[in-house]
Design a protein around this ligand. Structure first.
Ligand code: HEC
Length: 231
C-alpha cells in the first residue's frame, strides 16, 4: 500500500467513526424536540419537560469545578448497556410513598437547561441522578444539613466513617461564634468557640444536588426500560 492510500484509508476510518460517534449524536441531541404524552399509552397529555428548582446553574458550576463528575455518574444506564434499574434508589425510589415505583432510565431530556451534561467519567461513588430524591427520602427535613456535612467531611457521618468522598472544607467558613451559634452551623467537630458554616458555593452545590430528581414519569415512547427486577 502506498503512503498516500494509507493516509486516505486512515482518514476515512477515523472520519467515519468521528462522524458517527461525535457529529451525528451532537446534532441529534442539540435541539431536542419535545416529546408528548399520549392519552392512549400514558393516560396523560402535554409534553415531557422535567422541572427542577434550586440554584441549578451555579451549583452545577461548583460541581464541575470540583471534579465531582470524576467519581460520580449521572446516568441510570439503559439496560442494554448494564443494568442499573434493580438498585432501589438510583433510577428513582422503588417505593415512593406517593407514586410507588418511580425508577426509570436517564434520557437526554433530563439534562434540559444544563450547560454540561455531567454524565461522569467513572463510578467510584454512587450515581447521583436521583441523589436529591434519595437523600430527602432518607433524611427528611435534615437532607440539606446531611449534604453539607457530607461535603465538608463525609467521615463525620457515623455510617460513612470510611468514606473516600474527598472532604471539601474550602467550601465552608470557620468563624468565631459571636453570641449564640448560627442556625447554619454544621454538627461537626471544631475547636471550642468556633463554628463551621457553609459558604455560597456550598449552598449552590447543595441546592443543585437536592434538585437532582430525575425520576419524573416519562412518555411511554421514551421509557425503554424492561420490567424491573429486584436483587
Ligand atoms: C475520589 C472520588 C470522589 C470524588 C471526586 C467525589 N466523590 Fe462523592 N463519593 C465518593 C464515594 C466513594 C462515595 C460513597 C461513600 C459515601 O457515601 O461517602 C461518595 C458519596 C457521595 C455522596 C453520597 C451519595 C449517597 O447517595 O449516599 C454524595 C452526595 C457525594 N458523594 C457528592 C459528591 C460531590 C458533590 C462531589 C464534588 C464536590 C464528590 N462527591 C466528589 C467518591 C467521590
Amino acid at each position: 500500500m502506498s503512503l498516500r492510500t494509507f493516509i486516505i484509508a486512515l482518514s476515512v476510518t477515523f472520519g467515519v467513526a468521528w462522524f458517527a460517534v461525535v457529529v451525528i449524536p451532537y446534532f441529534k441531541m442539540r435541539d431536542l424536540a419535545p416529546v408528548a404524552f399520549t392519552e392512549a399509552a400514558d393516560g396523560a397529555t402535554g409534553v415531557f419537560f422535567p422541572k427542577r428548582t434550586g440554584r441549578i446553574a451555579n451549583g452545577a458550576e461548583v460541581y464541575g469545578e470540583n471534579g465531582c463528575y470524576l467519581c460520580h455518574t449521572q446516568v441510570v444506564r439503559p439496560t442494554y448497556a448494564g443494568n442499573d434499574m434493580f438498585r432501589d434508589d438510583w433510577g428513582g425510589l422503588a417505593a415512593d410513598p406517593d407514586r410507588g415505583d418511580t425508577r426509570r432510565e436517564t434520557n437526554a431530556w433530563d439534562f434540559e437547561g444544563e450547560t454540561f451534561a455531567y454524565i461522569g467519567e467513572m463510578r467510584v461513588g454512587p450515581d447521583l441522578s436521583n441523589v436529591g430524591r434519595r437523600v430527602q427520602s432518607a433524611q427528611g427535613a435534615d437532607a440539606e444539613a446531611w449534604l453539607f456535612t457530607h461535603l465538608y467531611n463525609a467521615q463525620e457521618i457515623p455510617d460513612r466513617y470510611r468514606s473516600t468522598c474527598p472532604p471539601m472544607p474550602f467550601l465552608f467558613k470557620k468563624r468565631a461564634i459571636t453570641g449564640s451559634p448560627s442556625d447554619e452551623a454544621l454538627d461537626v467537630e471544631v475547636e471550642q468557640g468556633f463554628e463551621i458554616v457553609p459558604g455560597s458555593d456550598a449552598k449552590a452545590l447543595v441546592s443543585y444536588l437536592l434538585s437532582l430528581k430525575k425520576d419524573q414519569a416519562v412518555p411511554a415512547v421514551l421509557n425503554f426500560a424492561p420490567a424491573k427486577t429486584d436483587g
